[in-house]
Write a new protein. Structure first.
Lengths: 270, 237
């Protein structure tokens, strides 16, 4: 019964995510409107065939902005998550494998970076380099890879003492092969779980910084910035509702899917 | 009388740091093992049997003393692959993300640089040798019982064509009937391949059955148990 419930939840979350991602990818097909085309004559237009979700305060098509904005939000969040996961996992695995002074040096370095509150570090970097999604992504990368590195390092240390790894060493596998063929598949379930939570976090950060005007710059659409635009027009809830609900769906779905994926991979392992 | 294959001289090993306190596991262990012989190693839990095995396999370095295999230090490149180990918990000793073919062919690829077809043939031969049907080589570890997995681990160890096989409590995670099967398999393999082995076990009957000589470990040192010639061994376990 519990398994069935899990399957239904997973299917719902995967369906929602696939639907949103596909819709954003197919933005040019699904919406013929230019997301940045200003038309003051049509501002705050209601739902119609021409504008299925209506228009915003500048007469821009909300559906087009939602879909093109989703490409930005999801794309940058995925890129930040993927790059920080690759860097962090690589550094963590090497640190865990090397042990000794190299491990201490790498981990203390990550402690120093971790000691700064992420938001403060991002604000410092953005204030030095200037606002813009590129700089926000760099700042996010600097703060996010550490979590992967610490997790990968601890898991690697644990894995290296397992008999299967010792048997691999006796079978003549080099350290590269041990790390890639034995350690990496073993730590992958936990790393995927971290990755899914982090993807949600990265998406919220990118939307949050765009909401504050530090991320994607106007007129490019982005979900966080769309919410920020709608803040001044509380009587037109559609401007905030659609991007808000999209963020909520994506964050919940990736978290639930991440947990389920970890459980499935762990079950498969044992 | 066979040649001395393994010489262990005054090996010591301690765990922990000097600042926080060390626990001395091995205190000057010395013995010799002749080619073709089986040495049984018995002793209570925590006396250092598994640590000694890992040192002999070259997986750990001793704090002092040395272990020489054919007059070469264990763990050196010249000894690579010649010493293999079968671990206590077969479930933990295999990579669950690899199928049997990948597990057993690991030493074949690394040590003998066999191609895919050669690996497949040799894996089938090794599996047959340990009593696993070659058709099962595409299966994953979770599809096997503990006894079958231990056979697969033995097949992987044999794939490296070892001259010394370290059996670190290979029976302890198995039930009684499977223990007997594995013990008989080890006995047959020993006779067929003229393997030199060290059997670590709590089961004194198993040690008597398979070993030519026995060492008792206690508080990090070894003591020989007098001649086994007086013991009447059963034909089959």
């Amino acid at each position: 019964m519990r398994k069935r419930g899990r399957k239904v939840t997973a299917a719902c979350c995967a369906g929602c995510l696939t639907f949103l991602a596909a819709a954003c990818l197919l933005a040019p097909v699904l919406s013929s409107c230019d997301p940045n085309l200003v038309n003051p004559l049509k501002k705050f237009a209601g739902m119609s065939r021409e504008h299925p979700l209506g228009t915003d305060y500048l007469g821009r098509d909300l559906l087009a902005r939602l879909l093109w904005g989703g490409r930005n939000t999801l794309g940058y969040a995925a890129a930040v998550t993927a790059v920080s996961a690759v860097i962090g996992t690589g550094v963590g695995m090497i640190s865990g494998f090397l042990g000794g002074a190299a491990d201490r040096l790498l981990m203390r370095g990550s402690d120093v970076l971790r000691a700064f509150p992420g938001v403060v570090l991002v604000l410092i970097i953005v204030s030095i380099l200037g606002a813009g999604i590129g700089n926000v992504c760099i700042a996010l990368l600097l703060t996010r890879w550490i979590w992967y590195a610490r997790m990968a390092r601890n898991l690697t240390r644990e894995e290296l003492s397992r008999p299967s790894i010792l048997a691999g060493r006796l079978a003549g596998s080099g350290w590269g092969a041990i790390l890639i063929h034995h350690v990496f598949p073993a730590i992958l379930p936990q790393m995927l779980s971290v990755l899914s939570v982090d993807f949600g976090g990265a998406l919220l950060s990118i939307s949050g910084y765009s909401f504050l005007g530090l991320g994607i710059l106007p007129p490019e659409p982005e979900w966080g910035m769309m919410i920020s635009d709608g803040r001044s027009y509380m009587d037109k809830p559609g401007m905030m509702f659609w991007p808000g609900i999209c963020i909520l769906i994506v964050v919940i779905s990736v978290n639930v899917l991440g947990d389920l994926l970890r459980d499935i991979l762990e079950e498969k392992r044992t | 009388m066979g040649e001395v294959l393994l010489e262990v001289d005054d090996v010591t090993r301690a765990y922990g740091s000097k600042r926080r306190g060390q626990k001395q596991i091995l205190r000057g262990v010395s013995f010799r093992l002749q080619e073709g012989k089986c040495l049984g190693l018995v002793g209570e839990s925590g006396c250092g049997k598994s640590t000694l095995c890992r040192i002999l396999a070259g997986l750990e370095k001793p704090d002092s003393g040395q272990a020489l295999f054919c007059r070469e230090p264990v763990g050196s490149k010249k000894v690579r692959g010649k010493i293999q180990m079968v671990f206590q918990n077969s479930l933990e000793a295999v990579n669950h993300h690899q199928n049997v073919l990948q597990i057993v062919s690991e030493p074949l690829k690394n040590l003998f640089h066999m191609n895919r077809e050669e690996c497949r043939k040799e894996t089938a031969r090794l599996l047959e040798m340990v009593g696993i049907a070659p058709e099962e080589m595409k299966k994953y570890p979770r599809q096997f019982s503990g006894g079958q997995l231990q056979r697969i681990c033995i097949a992987r160890a044999l794939g490296a064509k070892p001259e010394l096989l370290l059996l670190d409590e290979p029976l302890s995670s198995l039930d009684a009937s499977v223990q007997a099967q594995i013990l008989n398999l080890l006995s047959d393999l020993r006779n067929d391949l003229n393997l030199t082995c060290i059997l670590v076990s709590h089961d004194i009957r198993a040690v008597y059955y398979l070993s030519d000589e026995i060492l008792r470990m206690s508080e990090g040192t070894v003591k020989a148990i007098p001649s086994l010639d007086t013991i009447i061994r059963p034909e089959r376990f």
